[in-house]
Design a protein around this ligand. Structure first.
Ligand SMILES: Cc1ncc(COP(=O)(O)O)c(C=O)c1O
Length: 384
């Protein structure tokens, strides 16, 4: 684990705190989730739900996750054997990779990649095979992949495809056609898929979140991971779940009983109710985030950044070359001092560092006045 050190998110948040910069680096909202969810957690804690819940999670939450997935996405899972509750999506992904990847096995994934993926693949002794997502100039800079590069990444040692959609940090929501390319290869090469769907509710402009597991022949080979943090603006709650066919979920359970064993029971009960009762809140939050995306994207353009069209998540990816800069790491290290704003260099999320060198990510899950202050500062620093 020596190469992993302090994450860039921690470094940038520390820099932001030291300099008083507006922190658009790390992706967490600055407002709370629905009141009934917060009240529910408090009520269950005061009501005595304070001891270990069952290892696989509270039955109420497993039932709520299965019902929610079937209602929204049409894929049915048995809450007793095919749904497993984890300490956030991070623990679910870690347990899935540790359970299914043997030393020397290869994992195909898309870069830029969420930072925990490379670390857990290393912990498993696996080898990552990234396929680079690139902005399509004909599509507003939406990031996509070359199917030939995906095919070429798969070899005899490939065991798993790890796919994040809606995708952090590019904001791409993979289309059904893009997912069909992935599914074809999984079937052809008998691969397991792990899908990170933590932004499943945060899609804009009619982009539809399609779970890979819903494509033909994929349910039996896919573990879908999601969590409550982004959906309900409670990123500290670290309550997530893994759903998939029983043998794969059993493998996750075997590993996770020795990682975290179980997750906070009071929060699980509160989340179970919110998944059923707070769908209107989730829809309103999505609409509010779409407006925030537009607000920040317009401001970044006015400051001189090239904005690459995001269709979902909390993030806008930008190209800093129009500002006369080419190195995102140097740029973001200087940004808090120069402009009073913190952001994240995408380069650290690539193996192919050239591909991401000039890309910088900004989070828009903040109050409008915070976004406006950040934009004012950036315009003053770069376009003033
Ligand atoms: C793509 C992706 N996966 C997983 C996570 C972490 O999810 P959780 O907090 O539920 O562990 C994040 C959080 O930023 C994320 O962006």
């Amino acid at each position: 684990m020596r190469p992993f050190g302090e994450t860039i998110f921690a470094e940038m948040s520390r820099l932001a705190a030291e300099t008083g910069a507006v922190n658009l680096g790390q992706g967490f909202p600055d407002t709370d989730g629905p009141r009934s969810l917060l009240d529910g957690a408090a009520r269950h804690i005061l009501g005595g739900v304070n001891q270990y819940p069952p290892g696989p999670g509270r039955p109420e939450l497993r039932a709520a996750v299965a019902a929610d997935r079937e209602r929204r996405l049409g894929t049915a899972y048995d809450p007793d054997t095919e749904v497993y509750v984890t300490v956030g999506a991070t623990a679910g992904i870690a347990a899935a990779v540790l359970a299914l990847v043997e030393p020397g096995d290869e994992v195909v994934l898309f870069e830029p990649m969420y930072d925990s993926y490379a670390a857990v693949i290393a912990l498993a002794g696996g080898v990552r095979r990234p396929v680079t997502l690139r902005p399509d100039p004909g599509d507003g800079g939406r990031f996509t992949f070359d199917p030939a590069e995906l095919r070429a990444a798969i070899g005899p040692r490939t065991r798993m495809v790890l796919l994040n959609s809606p995708h952090n940090p590019t904001g791409t929501v993979f289309t059904r056609a893009e997912l069909a390319e992935v599914a074809d290869l999984c079937r052809e090469h008998d691969l397991v898929a792990v899908t990170d769907e933590v932004y499943e509710h945060l899609t804009f402009d009619g982009a539809e979140h399609v779970p890979l597991a819903s494509l033909p022949g994929m349910r039996e080979r896919t573990l879908a991971v999601s969590s409550v943090g982004k959906t309900f603006s409670v990123t500290a709650w670290k309550t997530g779940w893994v759903v998939g066919p029983e043998p794969l979920v059993r493998a996750v359970r075997t590993v996770n009983q020795f990682l975290t064993f179980t997750a906070n029971g009071a929060l699980q009960l509160a989340v179970a109710d919110a998944l059923r009762d707070e769908t209107a809140w989730v829809a309103a939050q999505r609409d509010a985030l779409r407006a925030k995306r537009d607000r920040l994207a317009a401001g970044l353009s006015a400051a001189g950044f090239r904005v690459l069209r995001p269709q979902g998540t909390y993030f806008v990816m930008t190209d800093i070359r129009p500002l006369g800069h080419t190195d995102g790491i140097a740029f973001t290290r200087a940004l808090p001092g120069r402009a009073g704003v913190a952001a994240v260099p995408a380069q650290v999320l690539y193996d192919d560092t050239e591909a991401g060198r000039h890309l910088v990510r900004f989070a828009f899950c903040k109050r409008d006045e915070v976004l406006d202050e950040a934009v004012d500062r950036l315009v003053r620093a770069f376009a003033g």
